[in-house]
Design a protein around this ligand. Structure first.
Ligand code: HEM
Length: 134
């Protein structure tokens, strides 16, 4: 990722988390609309899970200047997701739900450059997370 993309991620995410509503709720609602079979993988309260997801994305967004730190955290997150029985195929639906959430919440601040930056970041994270499955 280049510095311009890192700046776009940081500024768009800080806009999104400054909104009143936790973006995680919109994210999980849309994820289960896209694929209702994923809902059974989640045991707990979706509100609590939304906070955890949002905090983790915040960590990644603000850690982009320290790729080694990202790698370590994403690999560990991937290992835990294996224990949650998350199939590799579900990463597409999560990507779509994340892009939808960003687009909805950012409204007219959402543009092609921002979308490309987030897609690039997501694919890097997915790559690190699923590596650990093998
Ligand atoms: C970049 C992608 C992702 C991020 C940042 C992320 C983040 C998180 C976080 C922070 C947790 C809390 C527990 C922990 O830290 O281990 C979690 C749990 C979980 N995630 Fe993810 N996740 C991602 C991808 C996925 C995908 C693709 C799925 C597939 C549906 C998924 C399903 C789950 C499940 C089932 C749990 C456990 C929930 C429970 O115990 O009730 N995640 N995720």
């Amino acid at each position: 990722m280049n510095t311009c993309q890192i700046d776009l991620i940081k500024s768009s995410w800080s806009n999104l988390i400054s909104l009143d509503e936790n973006p995680g709720i919109l994210f999980y609602t849309h994820l289960f609309e896209l694929d209702s079979s994923l809902e059974r993988l989640f045991n707990g309260d979706i509100k609590a899970q939304s906070m955890k997801f949002t905090s983790m994305v915040t960590f990644f967004a603000y850690k982009l200047d320290d790729w080694e730190g990202i790698k370590l955290e994403a690999k560990n997150l991937g290992k835990r997701h294996t224990l949650y029985h998350v199939p590799d195929s579900s990463y597409r639906a999560v990507e779509m739900a994340l892009m939808f959430t960003l687009k909805e919440a950012l409204a007219n601040l959402w543009n092609l450059e921002t979308e490309t930056a987030w897609k690039d970041l997501y694919l890097e994270l997915e790559d690190l997370m699923v590596q650990e499955v093998c």
